[in-house]
Design a protein around this ligand. Structure first.
Ligand SMILES: Cc1cc2nc3c(=O)[nH]c(=O)nc-3n(C[C@H](O)[C@H](O)[C@H](O)COP(=O)(O)OP(=O)(O)OC[C@H]3O[C@@H](n4cnc5c(N)ncnc54)[C@H](O)[C@@H]3O)c2cc1C
Length: 377
């Protein structure tokens, strides 16, 4: 929890501890929001007070108060809920108690995996999204025998067109990653000697340890228990306000109206930084709309890709390669307009990609060729 105001007096307080602004969460959004507050508030002494190892257990919007598991009550002028999400765990018997089974979200998870990578001969990665694929690439590059279990027939086929997904999967195979595709993990057992993963269809995968990247469960409980509207996440308006006065939400936990792409929830760094900053400014009274359409990025084996909008491998695409499958732009089309743009080893073109996404259909497919490269040159 982060609070932007002078520190409370020590000891148990009989009355609520009062702050102008309270941020619930200690992730990227919390950091960006604290900086955003400082941009607006003029005092030099607005360094946030960081209250560690403390969970907010209840929020009372009418009273402008919240309670923590340390037994304290805080009174706020404005509050930001930036509680993100917790990773989805694998359904493995004994997995919760085993140090051979981990998810990947925190610095502690990173240290744990580094230690495992130094000891284990073989590590299984479960999940073919950007976290799973980055983990598999990193582990194999550390000399670990790596198997990547993913649910699509071809790694990346859910987000890339077929030829690019084949190429993407080939990068992993060429580096020595064993790819096991087409099946989800439905069970398994963790023991002293290692881990067995049971896949739908009956196959098994055995490894010394397993790390998963299966997405997050969004942490909306605080909002739900205080009567704040939730949908896919905590529902906010363009100012990042919830439906209760002086309560804001941002980052992975927030469902917001994107200016170009429509209402959605985004789990990416660019959104956490930009939305967090805007939320901080609005906590401090800026009253500005969040108009940034975020991009996301990933890097594997030296290939960096960035994307704006919807990447769906089942959509029609227009491919504009500078070098086939090595460097270029892929446009994703739906309902005769561009809904997503993939920049494959193409830097600094996200603004041009956003401009294409703002255009109404019907799209002129031929005009897309060279479009982003031309505009940027
Ligand atoms: C391994 C990994 C790799 C990633 N790689 C990329 C990438 O390559 N590209 C990209 O664009 N994005 C990437 N992301 C996504 C990006 O990091 C997240 O979108 C971003 O960090 C979300 O920030 P957040 O502050 O919204 O949430 P979080 O980081 O989840 O922070 C939420 C914080 O709130 C705290 N909290 C929760 N409930 C309470 C409570 N009741 N009281 C007090 N505190 C609470 C939590 O402990 C946590 O500190 C990656 C994420 C992970 C985990």
């Amino acid at each position: 929890m982060t609070s932007a105001h002078p520190a409370p007096t020590a000891g148990a307080a009989p009355t609520p501890i009062a702050y102008d602004h309270v941020i619930v969460g200690g992730g990227m959004v919390a950091d960006a929001a604290a900086r955003g507050i400082r941009e607006r508030d003029t005092a030099d002494d607005t360094g946030a007070v960081v209250v560690l190892r403390t969970r907010v257990t209840a929020l009372r919007p009418d009273a402008h108060e919240l309670d923590t598991d340390a037994g304290d009550t805080y009174r706020y002028g404005t509050v930001l809920i930036a509680t993100g999400g917790t990773p989805v765990a694998l359904p493995i018997e004994g997995g919760g108690a085993s140090d051979r089974v981990l998810t990947f979200r925190t610095a502690g998870d990173y240290r744990h995996l580094r230690a495992l990578a130094a000891q284990a001969d073989r590590i299984a990665v479960v999940g073919g999204g950007y976290i799973g694929s980055e983990l598999a690439a990193a582990l194999v590059q550390q000399g670990v025998d790596t198997v990547l279990v993913h649910s699509t027939a071809t790694l990346g086929a859910d987000v890339f067109p077929a030829d690019l997904a084949d190429h993407f999967a080939g990068m992993f195979r060429d580096a020595g990653v064993e790819l096991v595709g087409g099946h989800e993990v439905v069970g398994g057992v963790a023991g002293d000697a290692g881990v067995r993963l049971d896949l739908e269809g009956g196959a098994t995968v055995v490894a010394d340890a397993v790390v998963s990247g299966l997405g997050i469960e969004v942490q909306t409980e605080l909002a739900e228990s205080s009567g704040i509207a939730t949908g896919d996440g905590i529902v906010v308006d363009a100012h990042l306000r919830t439906d209760r006065a002086d309560v804001f939400a941002a980052g992975d936990v927030a469902e917001y109206p994107d200016r170009i792409l429509g209402r959605r929830r985004v789990e990416h760094v660019d959104n956490a930084e930009q939305m967090g900053r805007q939320a901080g400014r609005n906590l401090a009274g800026a009253g500005e709309e969040y108009t940034h359409t975020p991009y996301y990025y990933s890097v594997v084996f030296g290939t960096r890709y960035e994307a704006v909008g919807t990447l769906d491998g089942s959509l029609e695409t227009v491919d504009d390669w500078v070098e086939p499958l090595e460097r270029g732009v892929v446009y994703y089309l739906d309902d005769d307009r561009v809904v997503g743009v993939l920049l494959w080893n193409i830097d600094d073109r996200t603004d041009a990609a956003r401009a294409v996404l703002t255009e109404d259909g019907p799209v002129d497919r031929d005009a897309l060729i060279d479009r982003i490269r031309e505009e940027a040159s």
